[in-house]
Design a binder for this molecule. Structure first.
Ligand code: PA5
Length: 445
């Protein structure tokens, strides 16, 4: 993985960057020694070297069981309980997987990450037609969206296979002690995995939260962890921005923020990375956006969005910077053909690979956006595979924690998420919320 900040330095100012790097060197110590805010949620820091091989064995064995008995795996979860798995599965999977014949692994689909009736009713129609298993994932075990979806899916599964077999098709990932899901899993005898107490939802991708669905989709979780471990070793070893890419990234993005750039757009040129962007948005948005502070994390997929958001980025209000996640080599090869009569005038491209055009679009856009006043940070990997994704995941997590500390917030809590929940509970009539429900209904009249 390489980090290139040359096209951001003049916007951020060398002094600000150096000042941030100095502060981050101290905060690096705070983070790895566990003396900062939210220090009871630092389990993710050393997770890549602390994962029990027996746990991986068990996950792989359950993944094989899921693959043997199911065409579909329904992942029921929201936020940190599904975005990491979806990020990796979408990056590495076939773009048209549901249409591919001869698949060895189940297609992973998602539920409980929204409250759309049509979405879930449509899902039931699909579940009628296919053999499936369910991974129900919730750290608290009480989150409304996945809990409602699981109630419906469990009933469907039990009707389809009978209660006994249904229980062998449900895999629960939750807290070690608390929560409705934990109680249910114990009662019904589901294969159950624990989310460590000291790992919060958005930092949990390398726990069974991410590992079980990723393994079931057919990807190598040991390589994912190996990649993360490599980055972990690098991030823990040095507080020098020259050697620690997380410090370099945290320093520059915060220097840009301090110079008035309050929106960071994560840019990709591969549609498979769109959910990686969603994972990143949650990680940074939920970790930094508090106390009326924080960079707003946005995302675009180019070149698609150059034909929509490209206009704003080039010429709209100058409040954003771009962080481009660049991949040098694709996994497959596709050449542009030569056409005798050159009817579309594209013979100048013949013999070239698709990627060459994509890369030139990337380079041209980089220069155009920098010329238009949009600073550019470029993070590149040679290819997308389990190991490079593991590296990227850990890199972004470590940089996020440091960035939060530099901003002065606790990057491991999410107090602001409660406000909507309380209102929703009051409005749907959850016992205990009657008074608030009355007041809110009055306001909505
Ligand atoms: O980062 C977080 O903690 C949250 O985004 C959670 O992952 C999300 O709210 C889901 O929570 P739970 O896993 O408890 O259902």
């Amino acid at each position: 993985m390489k980090t290139d900040i040359r096209n951001a330095i003049s916007f951020a100012g060398e002094e600000r960057i150096t000042e941030n790097e100095k502060k981050l060197a101290i905060l690096h110590k705070t983070l790895i020694e566990g003396t900062g805010k939210g220090n009871d949620f630092l389990g993710w820091v050393r997770l890549p070297s602390g994962t029990d091989p027996d746990l991986l064995k068990r996950i792989k064995s359950d993944a094989a069981k899921i693959a043997a008995q199911s065409q579909l795996l329904v992942v029921v979860g929201i936020g940190g309980s599904y975005l990491g798995a979806r990020a990796v599965i979408d990056c590495l999977g076939h773009p048209f997987l549901p249409l591919l014949t001869g698949r060895k692994n189940p297609v992973v689909i998602y539920a409980g990450e929204n409250l759309d009736e049509d979405y879930h009713a449509g899902l039931m129609e699909i579940l009628d037609q296919h053999d499936y298993s369910v991974a129900v994932i919730s750290k608290s075990g009480t989150t409304t969206e996945p809990a409602v979806a699981f109630r419906i899916i469990k009933a469907h599964l039990e009707k389809k296979y009978g209660r006994k077999e249904a229980a062998t098709r449900i895999f629960a990932v939750t807290d070690s002690r608390r929560g409705a899901l934990k109680n249910l899993a114990d009662k019904e005898g589901y294969s159950t995995y624990v989310i460590p107490d000291d790992v919060g939802g958005r930092y949990s991708i390398l726990t069974p939260v991410g590992l079980l669905p990723i393994a079931a989709a057919g990807f190598d979780i040991e390589k994912l962890i190996a990649g993360a471990r490599r980055m972990m070793d690098q991030c823990l070893a040095s507080a020098d921005a020259e050697k620690n890419p997380a410090i370099r990234y945290a320093a520059i993005r915060n220097a840009l923020y301090q110079s008035g750039k309050s929106v960071e757009i994560l840019v990709n040129y591969l549609p498979g990375l769109n959910y990686f962007t969603e994972w990143w948005k949650q990680l940074y948005g939920e970790s930094e956006g508090k106390e009326h502070k924080g960079i707003f994390p946005a995302g675009v997929g180019f070149t698609t969005d150059l034909h929509s958001m490209g206009q704003y980025i080039q010429e709209g209000t100058r409040l954003m910077f771009e962080t481009v996640l660049s991949v040098e080599n694709p996994a497959k090869e596709l050449h542009i053909p030569f056409l005798e009569e050159n009817p579309d005038g594209l013979n100048f491209l013949s013999g070239k690979r698709y990627t060459e055009i994509n890369h030139m679009a990337e380079m041209g856009t980089l220069l155009a956006h920098v010329d238009g006043g949009v600073p550019n940070i470029r993070i590149s990997v040679t290819e997308l595979n389990e190991e490079t994704l593991g590296e990227l995941i850990y890199f972004f997590e470590f940089a996020c924690a440091l960035s939060g500390y530099l901003l002065g917030v606790n990057p491991f809590d999410q107090p602001g998420v409660e406000a909507y929940k309380k209102n929703m509970f009051a409005l749907i009539g959850k016992p205990g919320y009657e008074e608030q429900g009355k007041k809110l209904r009055e306001r909505l009249k």
